[in-house]
Design a protein around this ligand. Structure first.
Ligand SMILES: [Zn+2]
Ligand SMILES: [Zn+2]
Ligand SMILES: [Zn+2]
Length: 259
């Protein structure tokens, strides 16, 4: 299977094969621009840009026709048609005419969050994350995946404060397929590039001294049993390791789940 780069489709954050992208449709007529162009099935959690009836500014509206707030004037807006299940082309996704919610290690990011420059956040401190993922060593300022956080809300959740430019690029990227849910990772203060699910052979090839086991344990948090269960090529066993590469420093990070 080709990558998006092979097809001359510009998604810098998605380096894996197109078959790893959720809802990929090689052919279709775009519901938004009416052009015949490859793209994706528009799904739950996706948003389509449309003008607000109150202030006329363009604002993201849920594709499933649920009401939302205009990001400019906070008036209630609604798309007035349900576009879930229809085809949205890659150019319209890339340019933001539609966009998709992403789950990240700093909390969920809808296209509205992206414009506001913060994530939905997480309960704090986030129990599932390693201590170093949220606590700045040497200071008392908590962070989430390296980003500063808001004060806690009444439920104790804090949102990560991330520049809008960074989050907008993320929600204008394809979603990767997982068993248990995506968790986009950050490094060097930007979203990492999704490299795909890795088997032992990919870890060995990427590791210094070809020690794929050490790399898998340190970069993706696999424990010893999960490494033993991992197959040589991804997808042939009940363990999948979803790997990312930093576009700045080339470091690898990942997460894993089981069938
Ligand atoms: Zn289109
Ligand atoms: Zn408005
Ligand atoms: Zn980096």
């Amino acid at each position: 299977m080709p990558t998006f780069a092979d097809l001359e489709i510009d998604f810098p954050l998605f380096g894996a094969d197109v078959s790893e992208a959720s809802g990929w449709q090689p052919h279709g007529v775009c519901e938004i621009c009416s052009q015949q162009r490859s793209g994706f099935e528009i799904g739950m959690g996706d948003y389509v840009e449309s003008p607000c009836a109150t202030c006329e500014a363009v604002t993201p509206m849920p594709a499933n026709n649920h009401p939302a707030e205009c990001v400019q004037c906070q008036a209630e807006v609604q798309l007035l048609r349900d576009l879930t299940g229809s085809h949205g082309c890659w150019r319209c996704l890339r340019s933001g005419r539609w966009a998709s919610t992403k789950d990240t290690e700093a909390g969920a990011v809808t296209p509205v969050h992206a414009l506001l420059g913060r994530t939905h956040g997480l309960p704090f401190p986030p129990g599932a994350l390693a201590d170093t993922a949220w606590r700045d060593t040497g200071s008392n300022h908590p962070t989430l995946a390296g980003w500063p956080v808001t004060d806690p809300n009444e439920d104790g959740w804090r949102a990560a404060i991330i520049p809008s430019k960074v989050l907008v690029e993320l929600v204008r990227s394809p979603t990767y397929i997982t068993w248990q849910g995506e968790q986009w990772l950050f490094h060097c203060r930007r979203p990492m590039k999704y490299a795909g699910p890795w088997g032992k052979l990919e870890f060995d090839a990427a590791a210094p001294n070809r020690d794929g086991r050490s790399l898998a344990l340190s970069s993706a948090g696999l424990h010893e049993d999960a490494w033993q269960d991992l197959s040589d090529s991804a997808g042939e066993c009940a363990v999948l390791a979803y790997m990312f590469e930093c576009l700045d420093c080339r470091a690898h990070r990942g997460h894993w789940d089981i069938d």
